[in-house]
Ligand binder design. Structure first.
Ligand code: MEV
Length: 321
């Protein structure tokens, strides 16, 4: 899983040659530990994917957005509203922006944040501003808020930084914290797609209603998830993959206890553990479907993955040099 995924606004071509289309990339992400708890101010550990969304601009009379053909009408409307906000904030540079995604959409792998980061980077560069991480984060958050209401911010922060992070959102009375995480040992992540799911906002909202009704009970679960994120980060940095895998297994149990797993997600987790994963858990919002992440020391042979019967993607965790 390569970090570095900065804006790719290409340099201007020499005079007389066609100017290449400006483009920008936003990587997807996978949460290894701490989703849902992160909404309540606890830490989460997340890493960027090499898969993501590319926004490519061509000069046009007005600022517009195309691409991503598989969206429902409701998703398309939401995207138009989100785009309008950031286009307005950057002075509507005259570009027709086309989107291309290598990420499965609405699977808990950060496709909306990747899109928000790619579009924000492109619009900022096209408007003549420097697409600094701070500016990209601020604009991408506005798009994410249109998509998800009040997201924790972990998705677009990991996408904008393009590096593994231990992330804690700001909460009243305590500032947020974003810490870069070193990868201490090479490993392979297997991501399994466990089918379509409800929107993040709906799953987060249903859990919030339970947490408001029984604050002590859910508060204990969220605190423990946050502790696992910190312990798992220490394990990842120390190259202790067995400990990280164990933290992921325990985290899946807590997410199931919080009511955000499903038979499809539990089945995928069990299949990947049988295939030799050091740890496996649902990742992202979960609910009725979405994705599972499993940690392996080395990529399992394709025969072993085929036997799980799951649709899988693999991604590498590479130690930093
Ligand atoms: C983010 O991919 C998943 C959740 O933690 C929601 C959030 O962080 O806003 C469930």
């Amino acid at each position: 899983m390569s970090p570095g995924s900065s804006a790719a606004h290409r340099a201007a071509a020499p005079a007389g040659r066609t100017r290449p289309s400006p483009e920008a990339f936003g990587p997807g992400k996978v949460i290894l530990l701490g989703e849902h708890a992160v909404v309540y101010g606890h830490p989460a550990l997340a890493v960027p994917l090499t898969l993501g969304v590319t926004a490519r601009g061509t000069p046009a009379a007005r600022c517009s957005l195309t691409g991503l053909p598989d969206l429902t009408l409701a998703q398309r409307r939401m995207l138009d509203t989100a785009f309008d906000t950031v286009a307005e904030a950057t002075g509507r540079p005259p570009l027709r922006i086309a989107l291309a995604s290598t990420l499965p959409v609405s699977m808990g792998l950060g496709s909306s944040a990747a899109l928000a980061v790619a579009v924000s980077r492109l619009l900022l560069s096209a408007s003549g501003a420097r697409a600094s991480p701070g500016k990209v984060l601020a604009l991408a958050l506005r798009m994410e808020e249109t998509f998800h209401g009040t997201p924790s911010g972990v998705d677009h922060t990991v996408s904008a930084h393009g590096t593994p992070l231990l992330y804690r959102r700001p909460v009243p009375g305590r500032p947020g914290r974003v810490r870069r995480v070193r990868i201490g040992a090479r490993a392979t992540l297997v991501l399994a797609l466990a089918g379509p799911r409800r929107g993040t906002q709906e799953t987060v909202g249903a859990l919030r209603r339970r947490a408001v009704r029984w604050p002590e009970r859910y508060g204990r679960l969220f605190r423990e998830m946050g502790r696992l994120a910190v312990e798992g980060t220490e394990a990842l940095e120390a190259g202790d993959l067995e400990s990280l895998g164990d933290a992921m297994n325990v985290n899946h149990g807590l997410l199931a206890a919080a009511g955000v797993s499903s038979p499809a997600l539990d089945g995928a987790v069990a299949a990947l553990r049988r295939a030799g994963a050091l740890g496996a858990k649902l990742t992202g919002a979960g609910g009725d479907g979405g994705a599972v992440v499993a940690l392996f020391r080395k990529a399992p042979p394709s025969r072993v993955l085929d036997e799980t019967g799951l649709v899988v993607l693999t991604s590498e965790l590479e130690p930093h040099r």
